[in-house]
Structures are given as structure tokens and as C-alpha cells.
Design a protein around this ligand. Structure first.
Ligand code: ADP
Ligand code: MG
Length: 247
């Protein structure tokens, strides 16, 4: 099994505030990893550290076997940031244009080939937005927009998808469709890291769980997570702070 992300003894603080405390874990090729923990537990920070978007204060991160901060093969990673459905609302370009941008890393300054256009059309088909290809991104619903972002990642031939609460603001039916799509992509060999606060939804789709609250409480398969006390412990750690307020 080749490792896609390797995190070793990583810590990170915002000023005085420790956000990630000595976390080690790895993501293997083909994993569908769910990252859970209470609000403010460091999920987004850990994902940024894993993708080389933030540098750890201590410890090391490797992406596809290279130090994350030196990793330059950006099109191998499709990253959908938290609340990107809101931000996409200002994009005045069409779905097809947005997805076509996923090919630019491959062609540099030369023109897109027929093969590039074929890959774009296939990505639009795969995520079910081909009929919306001519629509502007800012005219789509939240669920359609998230699928357009995934299509762009597919067009760039990403082999790692990282999604930070991708279905916030998306209705339940579109959310189920979206997670069905992620299941298909994972079966096709794409490695996925997903942050999703709905634990029932999460555990139905992922095969590995990392449960954090600044520290790592559990990393392993979904069954061993559900049998453990990790969830209560991770959420209890957050509530422990509140209890000090009682007279
Ligand atoms: P989560 O994604 O689990 O909600 P975050 O990684 O966003 O958690 O945040 C972890 C902690 O770090 C929180 O206490 C948050 O307030 C703090 N934090 C996040 N981003 C910043 C920042 N840019 N500056 C200062 N503190 C931050
Ligand atoms: Mg977050």
C-alpha cells in the first residue's frame, strides 16, 4: 500500500493557542478517510497541514512520499475548501469553463487538445452536471455547485480529493447523491479525505475514521471507531472546558 499522506508528530498553534497537538496518522492509497471532531477541534487546520497549505510548528508531513511544503504536483489534489459553496456564488463563469480550468495544469501555455476536451466532457458526465455545463456557477444550487467543483478535480486527474464540509447548505437528497458519487469515485481508486459533521452520514460512507480534538483520539477503520469510546472522549474534552463555568 503506498501512502498518500503521512503525518508524524505534528503540532500547530495559532499564536498561543494550540490547535493540533502531536498528531500522527497516515492516509493510504484507496482510503476514504472521515475526519471528525467538535467545532474548533482542529479539523480544517489538520487538513491544511496534510495538504501542505499550512506548515507544522513541529513534526513532518509527506504528500505522495515528498515533504508536503515541497510538493508541487498540485493537480494531483482536488481540494474543496470549507464554505466554498458560498464563495462559488460569485464566480461569473460557466460550469464547463470552471471544469476546463482543471486541464490547464496539464497543457501549460499550449492549446487544449481534443483529448483535453474529451476529459472535460467525461468529468461533467461523471458527476451528473453535463446538462448544466452552459450555466454560470453562480446560478447553481449548492449541491450542483459542489458537483461542479468535483468535476474540476476529476478533469485535473486528481488522485486525492480533500473535502471540508462539502454539503453544508445542501438539501438531504442532493447530499445523498453527492456521497453516492464520492463512493463511486473511491471505488475507482481515488483517495478521499472528508470532513463531515454528521457522524451517521460519515460512517455510512467512509472506511477509516480519524477522530480529533486538538489531539488524536482514534485513527482506524470505521467498525473499531464505532466500538470505541473515542467519540464521547473527543466531544467530552470540549465540554470539560464549559463545566468550569458552573458555580
Ligand atoms: P474545525 O475545522 O475543527 O472547526 P479549525 O481548524 O478551524 O477547527 O480551528 C481550530 C482552532 O484554531 C479553533 O479554536 C479556531 O478558533 C482556531 N483558529 C482557526 N483558524 C485560526 C486563525 N486563522 N487564527 C487564529 N485562530 C484560528
Ligand atoms: Mg473547519
Amino acid at each position: 500500500m503506498s501512502q498518500v499522506v503521512t503525518v508524524e508528530h505534528v503540532s500547530f498553534a495559532y499564536g498561543e493557542k494550540l490547535a493540533i497537538d502531536d498528531i500522527s496518522l497516515s492516509v493510504e492509497q484507496g482510503d476514504f478517510l472521515g475526519l471528525i471532531g467538535p467545532n474548533g477541534s482542529g479539523k480544517t487546520t489538520l487538513l491544511h497541514l496534510m495538504l501542505g497549505l499550512q506548515q507544522p510548528d513541529h513534526g513532518t508531513v509527506e504528500l505522495f512520499g515528498e515533504p508536503a511544503q515541497e510538493f508541487e504536483d498540485g493537480q494531483r489534489i482536488g481540494y474543496v475548501a470549507q464554505r466554498s459553496t458560498d464563495r462559488g456564488g460569485t464566480m461569473p463563469i460557466t460550469v464547463r469553463e470552471a471544469v476546463t480550468m482543471g486541464r490547464f495544469a496539464h497543457v501549460g501555455h499550449s492549446r487544449l487538445s481534443d483529448e483535453d476536451h474529451r476529459i472535460v466532457e467525461e468529468a461533467l458526465e461523471t458527476v451528473g452536471v453535463a446538462d448544466l455545463a452552459g450555466r454560470r456557477i453562480n446560478q447553481l444550487s449548492g449541491g450542483q455547485r459542489q458537483r461542479a467543483f468535483i468535476a474540476r478535480a476529476l478533469a485535473s486527474e486528481a488522485d486525492l480529493l480533500a473535502l471540508d464540509e462539502p454539503t453544508v447548505g445542501v438539501d438531504a437528497e442532493s447530499r445523498d447523491q453527492f456521497y453516492g458519487l464520492l463512493d463511486d469515485l473511491n471505488r475507482r481508486g481515488i483517495t478521499i479525505i472528508l470532513i463531515e459533521h454528521d457522524i451517521d452520514v460519515l460512517t455510512r460512507h467512509v472506511n477509516k475514521i480519524a477522530c480529533i480534538n486538538t489531539e488524536l483520539y482514534h485513527h482506524g477503520d470505521t467498525v473499531s471507531f464505532l466500538e470505541s469510546d473515542a467519540l464521547a472522549e473527543a466531544y467530552g474534552a470540549a465540554h470539560g472546558v464549559v463545566e468550569h463555568d458552573h458555580p
